[in-house]
Design a protein. Structure first.
Length: 293
C-alpha cells in the first residue's frame, strides 16, 4: 500500500518567481502562452528541436542507405520487366538490410540521448511558465538542465534501450509470429509504465532540489497517486511520434501538416503536455494562494 502522506517534494526550484494561481486547463494554458509568448514558444521549440536533430539524422540516414541498397540490386533489365531473376538477390538484400538495421538501431540509440535536453531544460521552461503565464527560455532551461540532466540521460538511455530490445526481439526471434506479437505488446506495455515513472522522476528532479533517494521515492508514490491521468498524459505526449513515422510513408499533404507541426511546436509540445500535467499534480501538495488567472 502506497502512503501518499510520505511524499515530500521539498526545496522547490521556482522560489525566485512571483507565482500566480494557475487553474487553467492544459488547452487554456497553452492558448495563454501562445497569445502572450508566441515568438518565445517557437524559439523554445527550435532550441528543443536541436535535441532531436541527431535522432532525425540517424533515421534519415538509415532510410537512405536501405533505399540505395534496394536500387543497387542486380536486376535483369529485359523487356522492362525489372524483376530480379538473379539467384540469391532476395537473400542478399535481407543480409544487407539486417546489417543496416543493426547499425541504424545502435546509432539511433546513441542519438536518442539528445532527447534528455527536453526532459531537463524543456521541463524547466514549462515549470516557470506554469507559475507566471509567460515564457522565459534560457535561465529556466539552464536551471532545468542543471537539476535534471543526469535523470534525463538515464531516462533516455533506458527508454532507448527498451525500444532497441523490443525491435531486435521482433526482427531476430525464431518464435511463432503470434507469440512474437503478444510478447512485443507485453514488453511495450511494461516499457510504457517504466517510461511514465522515469518522466515523473525527471519532473520531480527539475522542480525540486532533493536527494536522489527522496526523488526516487516521491516519484514512485506519484506514479500510483493518479495512475490513469499519468498514463493518459503520457500517451497524449507521445502521440506525435507515431504520427511522424506514418507521415514518412503517407501522402504529401499529411506529411506537410505533420512536419509543420513538428517544426513550429512539436518539441515544445512534448515538454508542455507532460510538465504541465506534473505541475498541476505538484500544486496539490503545495497550493498557491492568490487570485484566479
Amino acid at each position: 500500500m502506497v502512503d501518499y502522506k510520505l511524499i515530500k517534494l521539498e526545496n522547490e526550484r521556482s522560489t525566485h518567481l512571483t507565482k500566480r494561481l494557475n487553474r487553467l486547463s492544459g488547452w487554456q494554458f497553452f492558448k495563454v502562452l501562445y497569445r502572450d509568448s508566441m515568438g518565445k514558444m517557437m524559439l523554445s521549440n527550435f532550441l528543443l528541436l536541436l535535441a532531436l536533430t541527431p535522432l532525425a539524422v540517424a533515421v534519415v540516414y538509415f532510410y537512405v542507405q536501405i533505399n540505395n541498397a534496394l536500387h543497387a540490386l542486380p536486376y535483369y533489365n529485359t523487356l522492362g520487366s525489372g524483376n530480379g531473376i538473379w539467384t540469391g538477390v532476395y537473400e542478399h538484400f535481407q543480409t544487407v538490410q539486417a546489417n543496416y538495421v543493426d547499425q541504424g538501431l545502435l546509432w539511433g540509440l546513441l542519438a536518442f540521448l539528445g532527447v534528455s535536453l527536453i526532459f531537463s531544460g524543456g521541463f524547466g521552461i514549462i515549470r516557470d511558465s506554469f507559475w507566471t503565464g509567460k515564457i522565459k527560455i534560457f535561465k529556466p532551461f539552464a536551471s532545468g538542465f542543471k537539476g535534471g540532466i543526469l535523470y534525463a540521460l538515464a531516462t533516455s538511455a533506458i527508454i532507448g534501450g527498451g525500444i532497441y530490445g523490443i525491435v531486435v526481439f521482433c526482427l531476430k526471434s525464431n518464435l511463432k509470429l503470434w507469440l512474437i506479437i503478444t510478447l512485443a505488446i507485453l514488453m511495450a506495455l511494461v516499457l510504457l509504465v517504466v517510461a511514465c515513472y522515469l518522466f515523473i522522476l525527471c519532473s520531480v528532479a527539475v522542480t525540486y532540489k532533493q536527494s536522489f533517494a527522496q526523488n526516487v521515492k516521491d516519484s514512485f508514490r506519484l506514479l500510483w497517486l493518479n495512475p490513469a491521468p499519468n498514463f493518459i498524459h503520457e500517451i497524449i505526449m507521445l502521440l506525435p511520434l507515431p504520427l511522424v513515422y506514418f507521415a514518412m510513408s503517407a501522402g504529401q499533404l499529411l506529411m506537410f501538416v505533420v512536419y509543420m507541426f513538428v517544426f513550429f511546436i512539436g518539441a515544445f509540445y512534448l515538454a508542455f503536455v507532460w510538465q504541465t500535467h506534473m505541475m498541476k499534480t505538484f500544486a496539490l501538495f503545495h497550493p498557491v494562494a492568490g487570485a484566479k488567472k
